[in-house]
Design a protein around this ligand. Structure first.
Ligand SMILES: *Cc1c(COP(=O)(O)O)cnc(C)c1O
Length: 502
């Protein structure tokens, strides 16, 4: 018999669970999540802390949740809202009537990754004669480019960033362009460190070679223009830059829309044309898709539309000012602590810091911050760049900034007192010797248990240990191919169905 009281027993109840109780279950499950509101979460969630905005977005989502973006002729409301969002994104990014990019067109996608996959696909498919296409990206480019390259069988040419500026040398980007190159990409700003790449020079080099140039403004596309209007020295990065052929901007980041909405813009419709997939060679409806998904919920689109309409240009300007002040305050707090240094002077809405020689163990520090209610994002060391701590700053953080400094000082002292994580000798030896190919299922299960991973969801142990420093230290010690494999295996262990008892 199906046990109605057990959430873990599979979602399908025998007779149906009353609405109130189902909602209680959801709330109970949500209780172990990181806090999405309150200004103490520095990744994953973008919170403007505007009263009533959540309710408005949820109401708009509800209005359109069952509407299907598959066919804009059946649901013109979605076509209208998408066109309005693309127009807004274009305006923010230097396009539209009266600009140097009057012919910009775009699409609403489900997120930054989809936007980037489509930017790569469009560039690839514009050149069917190139049988082994390649793209050039800086090493700081978002991992989604690697995913796009992997999905689309496009080779990835990675140009290292300078350890000092965290930016690629435009000459090195230009030199990496080959006859098979279909796209050159750069970031405004990079997610990891929040620095803006030299877009003008990179786009010029791409244009000279006759290659498309994509600016990944998924993170900063909705803040950099406002920061510029506030007087910050934001370098050119948008459609005002000659040679930029496409730009992505995630509305579910700094446009503060609920998850599931990004915009991919192309300088003109010819550039966008290869993005479409149409199919009439089957007995069903003729399929014509501008994006990867076919059936698409109208919910996220309506929620984004409501959010952008409600906040408006002045709202975003105000939120950018609040966020900029929070960034300044957080960066000051980092500077004031002995043993830490900023990876870069903040030029967008990221604060990223690392430890100085003799400073605290950063992974222990991240756990100490978590214990004090601050959820930061550890970044592993990579190609000559040290491990670091990433803070995505949103407007909701502003009222908390004054509390951060003392807690950071405290957490650093605690991390110093605890000392660095030492991998148990057998783990260290294992990671030193292991190759991804040598990982067996038994070894994975043993490793996961040794690290405290994979307990039952909802049990005392939980799926993740309270302190992640050991896991992070192990991953940090591993080469990236082993990191990838270990993470895949660990996550795969977590992702197992909960069965109803038969
Ligand atoms: C977040 C982000 C992405 C990926 O976006 P998703 O919405 O997570 O798929 C790509 N590029 C940059 C710069 C980002 O910040």
């Amino acid at each position: 018999m199906i046990d109605e009281n057990r959430v873990e027993a599979g979602a399908l109840s025998a007779t149906g669970v009353p609405a109130e109780r189902v909602l209680e279950e959801v709330r109970k499950l949500r209780a172990s999540d990181a806090p999405t509101h309150g200004g103490r979460l520095f990744a994953y969630v973008y919170d403007p802390a505007v009263p009533g905005l959540d309710e408005l977005a949820a109401a708009a989502h509800r209005e359109s949740a069952h509407v299907n973006g598959l066919d804009p002729t059946a649901f013109p409301s979605l076509l209208a809202m998408e066109n309005a969002l693309v127009g807004a994104a274009g305006r923010v990014l230097g396009a539209g009537p009266g600009t140097t990019a009057p012919d910009v067109v775009g699409s609403v996608t489900s997120g930054g990754t989809e936007s980037l996959i489509l930017a790569v696909k469009t560039a690839r498919d514009a050149h069917p004669e190139i049988t082994a296409p390649r793209i050039v990206v800086p090493s700081s480019a978002h991992a989604a480019f690697a995913k796009a390259a992997h999905y689309l069988r496009v080779a990835l040419d990675v140009v290292p960033v300078s350890p000092e500026t965290l930016r690629p040398d435009p000459a090195a980007m230009a030199a990496a362009i080959r006859p098979e190159t279909v796209l050159v990409a750069c970031s405004a700003p990079s997610y990891a460190h929040g620095v803006v790449d030299p877009v003008t020079q990179i786009a010029a080099a791409a244009a000279e070679a006759g290659v498309r140039c994509h600016v990944d403004a998924c993170f900063g596309g909705w803040t950099l223009p406002y920061l510029r209007r506030l007087g910050e020295p934001v370098p050119p990065f948008d459609f005002a830059v000659p040679g930029v052929t496409s730009i992505s901007v995630d509305l579910h980041k700094y446009a503060y829309a609920p998850k599931g909405v990004s915009v991919l813009l192309h300088r003109d419709a010819t550039l966008r044309a290869p993005q479409y997939f149409a199919y009439a060679d089957w007995p069903g409806y003729t399929m014509i898709n501008p994006v990867i998904a076919s059936t698409r919920s109208g919910g996220p689109i309506a929620a984004a539309y409501a959010t952008v309409r409600h906040l408006g240009d002045e709202g975003y300007l105000r939120l950018a000012a609040i966020t900029r002040d929070a960034v300044t305050g957080l960066a000051d707090a980092v500077r004031a602590v002995d043993g830490l240094r900023l990876m870069a002077e903040p030029e967008s809405t990221v604060v990223c810091f690392t430890a100085t020689e003799g400073g605290p163990d950063l992974f222990v520090l991240v756990d100490e911050l978590t214990a004090r209610g601050w959820h930061t994002q550890p970044q592993l060391s990579y190609a000559g760049l040290p491990a670091s701590v990433h803070l995505t700053v949103t407007a909701a953080v502003a009222p908390r900034v004054a509390e951060f400094g003392p807690d950071l000082t405290d957490a650093v002292a605690a991390a110093r007192a605890a000392g660095p994580v030492r991998l148990p000798a057998e783990l260290a030896a294992l990671v030193g010797a292991l190759t991804p190919e040598a990982l067996t299922p038994d070894l994975i299960v043993g490793l996961a248990a040794g690290l405290g991973l994979g307990g039952e969801v909802g049990s005392d142990a939980g799926p993740l240990p309270e302190r992640m420093a050991l896991v992070n230290t192990l991953l940090d010690a591993a080469p990236s191919a082993l990191r990838e494999r270990l993470l895949v295996e660990f996550v795969s262990l977590l992702q197992r169905p909960s069965w109803a008892p038969s």
